[in-house]
Design a binder for this molecule. Structure first.
Ligand code: AGP
Length: 609
């Protein structure tokens, strides 16, 4: 996916727009570009590479002021990163400019028809067909031309469009990819996400699907694609600009790893008041929860792993059957889901196309959908029946860390809430579990004080060419998540596996050139994990064990150890194991000299299927 920013209002310096665009860079960073209108002409610069390269290229223009402009940072879908494929794109006469986030699925047939009509294309992108369609339909209104053009499009598209023919209007379109309108005191903005406009606007309007906004310096009008005017729903921005800054940390990822104790404390304070759990927006009554038979969970990546942890908890404490699948698979399965079931859709961004598609495919059959989400106003929050916000604050690092443990905490509280209502958790156990959950932030802080040791271990293990991550029970998802963290920022092949499956194949991989991470807290499966470690050692595998303090037996079987505090209820251990494995992945990638916040080929939220 990509990041879009646009502006119209009192003149502003080009450098401020580039600053805003850089706060969207986590959405895509293989190329970027800017275009402004000044004295009746476009000032346009675009190129492959990062935004800081573009800033350098434009250093003598950063103070140039523009009353209107659109800006873009790209994650390539069609066409490699290049100047021609970077956005903004222009029409044949160079009088209309467009930026786009999404995918035009029928662009090839549209392109063929436009070429036959004489339009000249200069890029390989799907986006370029849109600006030529606007050119084709332009008579005397940019809005009308855009509205005619988008009727031809299939797929997902959020657009920003400006034109020399009408420099008093910025047109914004939203279908399937997020776009907000930021209301500033001396001008108005459009952006793919809130961080871009944090310093400029305190009020926003979240465009809904199939809406067009006509934005002038002092007015915003919104219409449905069918033409009907839409009432503006103005919302306050409740994120502070500093929430989206790195502060003293070298990387957003490291900052966000260290923010986890505060995030979990906030979740507990919001949802677990004294000895009762309340979710203000869940929109599920007790009668429904008591009659519930099945829960289905759909999510992607780290959110999927958090859901997998919740699966174990919901089955064990709520007397429920829980089915989980990645959203890209879930949506195509022939699942027997009825209106008596609950679907949990977990997504940090609330914009992941696969997860949105999964809930849209199933909505018709009456199942209640609860979105577990970190971004207020995101699409998932608009399309769910009920909501649980994870309140992790902006997560800028592409590799999810604080959002992951926040999802686990929120989901474990949900399980306690459901278990209490269904009387499957005794009052005494409920109180004890809640009491221990309140200790988790402190235990996480304890692990964070071991950063120096993890750094040393990471340096030693950076030499391995591939990794196996092994866990059992509720820490099998921890193994999946640890492997994902490592591979996505260090590019080292890493596979999470249920430890019991090792002897059914993966053990063939074990030798002195492989790293094997064994997650072995003192739970009921501990002895089996010890056997796994012995089998690995017998084959010269190099073991990094994640174990409890004082575990000398596991330490003797390991080449390195990351310790976690012992828990009374080991079902909570994934929130501790995660911190150790996040730090491990971070320092391996740092040791290898990789760009950690924006790993190659990735984007923070995948808004294309
Ligand atoms: C996690 O580190 C990855 N960046 C990725 O797997 C992510 O969890 C996944 O794309 C889901 O994103 P979402 O939570 O915003 O839906």
């Amino acid at each position: 996916m990509c990041g879009i920013l646009g502006y119209i209002g009192k003149e502003r310096a080009l450098g401020t727009f580039i600053d805003g665009l850089s706060r969207l860079e986590y959405r895509g960073y293989d190329s970027c570009g800017v275009v402004g209108i000044k004295k009746g002409e476009f000032f346009l610069k675009k190129q492959p590479g990062k935004i800081h390269d573009l800033r350098k290229e434009l250093k003598s223009f950063l103070e140039e002021k523009f009353p209107i402009g659109i800006f873009h940072t790209r994650w390539a879908t069609h066409g490699r990163p290049s100047e021609a494929n970077a956005h903004p794109h222009l029409d044949c006469k160079g009088q209309i400019a467009i930026v786009h986030n999404g995918i035009i699925e029928n662009y090839l047939e549209l392109k063929e028809a436009l070429v036959k009509e004489g339009h000249k294309f200069v890029s390989e992108t799907d986006t370029e067909v849109v600006v030529h369609l606007v050119e084709k339909f332009y008579k005397n209104s940019l809005k009308d031309a855009v509205c005619k053009a988008i009727k031809k499009l299939n797929g997902s598209f959020s657009l920003g469009v400006i034109s020399l023919k009408d420099p008093t209007r910025l047109i914004a379109v939203r279908k399937g990819s997020p776009l907000i309108v930021g209301l500033g005191k001396d001008g108005n903005f459009i952006a793919s996400d809130i961080p871009a406009i944090l310093p400029f606007a305190k009020e926003v309007v979240y465009l809904k699907d199939e809406e067009v906004a006509v934005i002038r310096h002092n007015t915003v009008e919104i219409f449905h694609f069918k033409g009907k005017p839409v009432k503006l729903e103005i919302e306050k921005v409740n994120i502070k600009p500093q929430d989206a800054e790195k502060k003293d940390f070298e990387h957003f990822m490291l900052k966000e790893i260290h923010e986890q104790p505060e995030v979990l404390k906030k979740i507990l304070s919001l949802y677990a008041k004294r000895n009762a759990i309340e979710f203000p927006y869940i929109n599920l009554d007790e009668k429904y929860l008591k009659s519930l038979k099945n829960i289905f969970i759909t999510a992607c990546g780290s959110a999927y792993h958090a859901g997998y942890v919740a699966k174990y908890f919901l089955e064990k404490y709520c007397d429920l059957d829980v089915e989980i699948d990645t959203s890209s698979e879930f949506r195509y399965r022939e699942l027997n889901i009825t209106k008596n079931d609950l679907l949990l859709a977990i997504s940090q961004s609330g914009e992941t196309a696969d997860t949105l598609a999964a809930i849209r495919d199933i909505k018709g059959n009456g199942v209640k959908i609860v979105g577990v989400c970190n971004v207020e106003g995101s699409t998932l929050t608009k399309e769910s029946h009920g909501l649980i916000f994870t309140h992790a604050g902006p997560e800028i690092g592409v590799a999810s860390t604080k959002a992951y443990t926040a999802q686990i905490m929120a989901l474990l509280l949900l399980a306690l809430h459901i278990g209490k209502i269904r009387n499957t958790i005794a009052e005494k156990d409920f109180k004890e579990m809640l009491e221990e959950l309140r200790m988790i932030p402190e235990y996480q802080k304890d692990i964070l004080t071991k950063t120096g040791e993890v750094k040393k271990i990471a340096k030693e293990f950076s030499k391995f060419g591939c990794f196996l991550f092994l866990g059992r029970g509720i820490n099998y998802p921890s193994a999946l998540e640890g492997a994902l963290k490592l591979k996505e920022i260090s590019y080292i092949p890493a596979e999470g596996y249920p430890a019991g499956e090792m002897k059914h194949g993966p053990i063939a991989l074990i030798d002195e050139y492989r790293g094997v991470v064994c997650i072995a807290p003192k739970d009921f499966l501990y002895e089996k994990m010890i056997s796994n470690m012995q089998e690995i050692r017998a084959r010269k595998g190099k073991v990094l064990a994640i174990v409890n303090y004082g575990d000398s037996q596991a330490s003797r079987l390991s080449d390195a150890v990351i310790y976690c505090p012992q828990l009374k209820n080991t079902d909570f251990s994934p929130m501790l194991v995660a911190v150790g494995l996040q730090l491990f992945a971070y320092y391996v990638a740092k040791n290898l000299g990789y760009e950690i916040d924006q790993p190659r080929n990735l984007a923070k939220s995948v808004t294309v299927e």
